[in-house]
Design a protein around this ligand. Structure first.
Ligand code: PMP
Length: 447
């Protein structure tokens, strides 16, 4: 019998009744019951009691193997003993100071030693703030005001960036070769629309034309080498190399937002591409599970923070406990550990790609390394090269059924995105189980 959205939704509701009840109670005080829109899973989020290694334990009494890892944050899994030890030590020293601590410098050194393009780094409390700080630096450095971003790129919820993350080709977003910025939320100031220039993914000729036409105004181009929140698109290497050359020629600061992708190699995904940006935005894994963001890059640009010409400060910037946790995470995120989970990702991708092709199922596997995802298609054989293709050719209903069924059968994927981010706590047996479960769900969906 084919799985239906109604039946899968009902099974989810039956399994997570306590989470539903807590959501209802909390929504008396918090709009909708929680402060983070992206944690919604179907009708409500799943409330978690605790995490251990590769497992989540929900308030409903279920264990889920975690293939979500808080949108890639927990690259070592939950409660890694070395991170816990570092947090305990830092907490013993105190919680908050109007002074810097040794932990911040330790994390900064680890990052500078790992990522070739980073001479210096400053910290923030989130990657959203780090994105904002990065464009402030670029504006200060170039004396220009506008920024360029790619459609489908997510750079946090700052007003410069919340444009064209999901630019519906049917609504106001223009042609792919002449895209118009569309806000992804109400409340975006209309006056800012012209300040952010949007460009198509993986179309170098169009990007070159737009950047050249606007070069005298554009301070920075910010991009993700592999997008996540806007749908899973891995940029072509030649496209990124081309953008590097064009931005250098036009005096535009190139910013790679590696908030998610820094986990792909000790040198970040930029080392996999072999392309060096001027600035790199970081977040997620560099805090080891605690809140953090960072901007790193060339000495020449970061010097503006040192002189105070570009102001950079925040009550909790460089927070001792977050930096201690982040340093412990990076120390244990060695290249062999990364290679192992990248290998897990490649295995899931290649085995399930083979399976979907053999069975003629309308599913593509996408992504790279430890961050991969499912594209549920409207028909077999679609090639997905941009977020516009995702919006045009992907089927939200089948993705939702697939996600519900993974959760019902004991796995936690990233809900709205159909993606997974693996952790070093997972084992080969987890990957076997995930592949087998994915196959049986697809058989029940499509046969
Ligand atoms: N950039 C990217 C690429 C992200 O994925 C995110 C968060 N998902 C952000 C920036 C914003 O990070 P934060 O939620 O820490 O502000």
């Amino acid at each position: 019998m084919k799985l239906t959205l109604e039946a899968s939704t009902q099974r989810f509701i039956n399994k997570f009744k306590k989470s539903a009840k807590i959501t209802e109670e909390a929504s008396k005080y918090i709009p909708g019951g929680y402060s983070r829109a992206s944690v919604k899973v179907g009708p409500h989020p799943i409330f978690v009691e605790r995490g251990e290694g590769a497992s989540l334990f929900t308030v409903d009494g279920h264990e889920l193997r975690d293939f979500h890892n808080n949108f890639s944050v927990n690259v070592l899994g939950h409660r890694h003993p070395k991170i816990l030890e570092a947090i305990e030590q830092a907490c013993k020293d105190g919680f908050s100071f109007g002074n810097p601590t040794k932990y911040e410098a330790k994390l900064a050194k680890l990052i500078c030693d790992r990522v070739e393009s980073i001479d210096k780094v400053v910290f923030t409390c989130s990657a959203t703030e780090a994105c904002m700080a990065s464009v402030n630096l670029a504006r200060g450095y170039t004396g220009k005001g506008k920024i360029a971003k790619l459609e489908g790129g997510y750079h946090g919820s700052g007003n410069d960036f919340f444009w064209s993350i999901h630019p519906d080709p049917l609504l106001h977003s223009g042609l792919a070769t002449n895209p118009k910025p569309v806000p992804d939320t109400m409340g975006m100031p209309e006056a800012l629309r012209g300040n952010t220039i949007v460009m198509p993914q993986n179309d170098l000729a169009t990007c070159k034309r737009i950047l050249t036409q606007n070069a005298k105004d554009i301070a920075a181009l910010i991009l993700e080498l592999q997008t996540a929140a806007g749908g899973l698109i891995t940029l072509d290497k030649a496209f990124v190399e081309g953008l590097r050359e064009i931005t250098r020629d036009l005096g535009i600061v190139l910013i790679f937002d590696e908030t998610i992708t820094l986990r792909m190699a000790t040198g970040g995904m930029q080392s996999v591409f072999g392309v060096k940006p001027d600035l790199t935005v970081m977040g997620k894994a560099i805090g080891g599970g605690l809140p953090i963001g960072g901007v790193g890059g060339s000495e020449a640009i970061l010097y503006l923070n040192e002189t105070g010409q570009v102001f950079h400060s925040g009550t909790h910037h460089g927070h001792s406990v977050c930096c201690a946790a982040g340093a412990a995470c990076l120390e244990n995120l060695t290249q062999p550990a990364i290679d192992r989970i990248n290998g897990f990702g490649e295995r899931i991708k290649s085995e399930l790609s083979k399976f979907t092709q053999e069975n003629n199922y309308p599913v593509n596997l996408a992504g790279w390394g430890s961050c991969i995802g499912f594209e549920m298609l409207d028909q077999v054989g679609r090639k997905i090269r941009s977020c516009r293709d995702i919006m045009t050719f992907c089927d939200n209903n089948t993705r939702q059924i697939f996600n519900y069924e993974l959760i019902i059968r004991g796995y936690m994927p990233m809900w709205q995105r159909g993606q997974v981010a693996l952790s070093t706590s997972l084992t080969e047996a987890d990957i076997d189980g995930f592949i087998a479960t994915s196959k049986s769900i697809m058989n029940e969906m499509f046969d």
